[in-house]
Ligand binder design. Sequence first.
Ligand code: PGA
Ligand code: ZN
Length: 427
Amino acid sequence: MSATDIQAVFARQVFDSRGRPTVEAEVSLAGGASGRASAPSGASRGAAEAFELRDSDPDRFEGRGVSRAVAAVNGEIGALLTGRDALAQRGADQAMRDLDGTAQLSRLGGNAILAVSIALARAGAAATGQPLFRRLADLAGVSGPAMPMPMVNILSGGLHAGRGMDVQDFLVIPVGANSYTQALEWVLRVRAAAAALCQEAGLTTLLADEGGLSPGFADGAEALTLMVRAFERAGLRPGEDAAIALDIAASSLTDAEGRYVFQRAGRTLDSGAMIALLAEWTTRFPIISIEDGLGEEDWSAWPELTRHLGHIQLIGDDLFATQADRIARGVREGAGNAALIKINQNGTLSGTLDALEAARAGGFATVISARSGETEDPFIADLAVGVAGGQIKIGSVRTSERMAKYNQLLRLEEEGLPFAGSGFIRR
Ligand code: PGA
Ligand code: ZN
C-alpha cells in the first residue's frame, strides 16, 4: 500500500445553516492524511442539477433525512474507493458516477458523491503537503490562482425570504476596490448602511436564509433605490465604487404557461416583458450583472435577453446547473455570457472543473457560488482562488456558514495572490 491509497471512507449526517440534514464525508489515506467535507443544499434548485438523495420519511426531519445517502457512502462508495490512489481524483469521480449509473446521480445521491469527492480532494492536498487551493489549481490545470471579486447579497426575496419580495437577490459588487480586503470592508459598510436605512424606515431587519435583509418591497425598483442609497450612505460612488447585481431566480417565478409571476408587484410577464423590465431597471440603476433573468426552460428567449443586455454580465444558474454540456449549449446559442458554478449542482469536483472549462473555452465569465443551505465548510473559497474563477457569491456578510468562506479568503489573500478587481466581470 502506498501512502496516498484510500484506507477508509466514512460519512455521517450533520445539519446545515437551515437546520436541515446534510452529508459529511471523511476520507483517510494509508499514510495518515485525511480530508473532510460536507454537501451544501439549495432552495431554488434547477431541474437539471444533481439529485439530492433524501429519506422521504415524513416522521423524521420533515422527510429531509440523509441516512440513505450516508449509508451509500459507508457501503457501496467506500467499497469502491478503498485501495484506490487518492491523487487520481478524476478516476475516482468517474468511478462514483459509473457506480451510481444515473444521469443525475439519483441512485446513490449527488449529496453523497459530492461530499466524498471534496473530502478526497482535501485528503489529496494533505497527502501532498499542498495548500488546498494549490491542489485545486493543479487539478484544474490553472497556473495562476487569483483572488475573486465578491458579489454579496444585501437584500433577499424569493424562496430565501418567504417570497417577501419577488426578486431573490439584490447584491453589491464593490467594483472599485483594489484588494479583496478592501472589497470586503466596503461590502460590510454597505450591509450596515442598508440595515440602518431599513430600520429608519420602520422595515424589518430580520435575516433571510443567506443573511440578507428582506424589507418586503412590492416593487423591485424600491429595493434598487435602497441599494443605491446604501452605497451613498457607505461613502461609495454608485456605479464607480459599488455596482448592483441581481439574481432574479426566474425559474422559481415561472407559471404553467412559462410566464413570470411577480406576486408582490401583482404583474405577470411573458419573456419579452421580462426582458423589457430588466432593461428598464438597468437604465435606471447601476446594474452590471443579472443572474437567471429568464427561466431554465426559456432557452428560446435567452438569446434575445443576451442581445438586449449583453453589455452587462448575464449569468445562467438554473439554466446551466453547472453542467458542461448545458454551458456549451449556452455558448453555441448565445444564451447569457457567464455561468454560475455550484459544486453540488454538478455532483463531483472533476465535473465542476469540466463545467468551468466549458465556460472558459466559450468566453463566458464564471462565478463560484454557495447555496442557500450551507455548512461551515469553506471549500468554495479555495476553489474560487485555485481555479481563478474570478468572482464568488457566498450570500450576505452575516452568519458563520457564510463568514467561514469570507474569512478563508482573507487567509488566502496572505499568499500574495493577485486581485483583478472587476477585471473578470463580463462586460
Ligand atoms: P439556492 O439559491 O442555493 O437556494 O438554489 C442560490 C441561487 O439561486 O443562486
Ligand atoms: Zn441563482
